[in-house]
Ligand binder design. Structure first.
Ligand SMILES: Nc1ncnc2c1ncn2[C@@H]1O[C@H](COP(=O)(O)OP(=O)(O)O)[C@@H](O)[C@H]1O
Ligand SMILES: [Mg+2]
Length: 263
């Protein structure tokens, strides 16, 4: 376990969280804390339970067992939802992009959290203006045939990721969860995501970064958490391990596994 100063209440705490889908056990008794201003890399093979953990944490799926705390408050699983998580300033960029395909870009920034005028109507002008500002500043779109009215279905993988990340930035969340954000990206776009994670750190916020490329994880994360078949196999400060030690550790997990279980 990582020692957090007594004064710093973690932003989130999972306590003995289990999650099963029918007979499939996705998470077993997972206990994990994310502290203030901490960048935590979440690593593990396909099927290790990373996305499931995130879904429980961010209100997409209720856990089968265990408890969830946000800033020390126990969360009632029956009323927790993505919307509630947003209210608690927890934002997620999902692996399977959560954008509305047919919606224009600008609408995607404000799903579930519209800007309304004093009569309670959606303020389209304000939403478009802010969407444009986010695109220019955060994402760095340079308008090659793209504007706020472009439907999401016309965007590349990297551009979609940019929209989701821009949204997380705009809402100034305390905890931003990125589930394999670089998976479909070109090298230059990957650098943007890494810069974005550094800006989360510099802004005093926290991040859970799920990533297959452990070079990236080792480079930008304060702490490393490895999930293996639904259980935490490692939770350590990045400074306590070289990149090679991390790579060797992951390899040793792999070798412990019966061949039939690898797919
Ligand atoms: N909705 C679901 N229904 C049934 N099984 C699921 C569902 N979601 C995930 N699983 C299973 O849970 C395990 C963990 O999946 P996941 O959390 O997506 O892993 P990861 O993100 O680490 O690749 C896998 O065995 C997967 O098949
Ligand atoms: Mg996943």
């Amino acid at each position: 376990m990582t020692v957090t100063p007594a004064a710093a209440t973690p932003i989130v705490r999972l306590e003995n969280v289990g999650k099963r889908y029918g007979k499939v056990v996705s998470l077993k008794e997972v206990t994990l804390e994310i502290g203030p201003n901490e960048i935590v890399g979440l690593i593990g093979d396909n099927g290790a339970g990373k996305s499931t953990l995130i879904k429980v944490l961010t209100g997409v799926e209720p856990p089968t067992s265990g408890a969830l705390y946000v800033r020390g408050q126990r969360i009632d699983a029956s009323s927790y939802s993505v919307k509630e998580a947003h209210k608690l300033r927890i934002e997620t960029v999902y692996q399977d992009s959560s954008l509305g395909e047919k919606q224009p870009l600008w609408r995607n920034f404000f799903v579930g959290r519209p800007i309304t005028n004093r009569f309670g109507f959606i303020d389209v002008k304000a939403e478009k203006r802010i969407a444009e500002a986010i695109m220019r500043s955060t994402i760095g779109f340079r308008g090659v045939g793209l504007d706020v009215d472009t439907p999401v279905s016309r965007l590349s993988g990297g551009e979609r990721q940019g929209v989701a990340i821009g949204r997380a930035m705009h809402f100034d969340s305390d905890l931003i969860v990125l589930d394999e954000p670089t998976v479909a990206l070109a090298l230059k776009e990957v650098q943007k995501v890494l810069d974005f994670i550094r800006s989360i750190k510099a802004g005093g916020r926290s991040c859970i970064y799920i990533e297959h490329n452990i070079h990236h994880v080792h480079e930008v994360c304060d702490r490393l958490v490895v999930l293996d078949r639904g259980e935490i196999a490692l939770d350590a400060p990045t400074s306590s391990m070289t990149y090679q030690e991390l790579a060797d550790f992951l390899m040793s997990l792999h070798h412990r596994r019966p061949a039939a279980a690898t797919h």
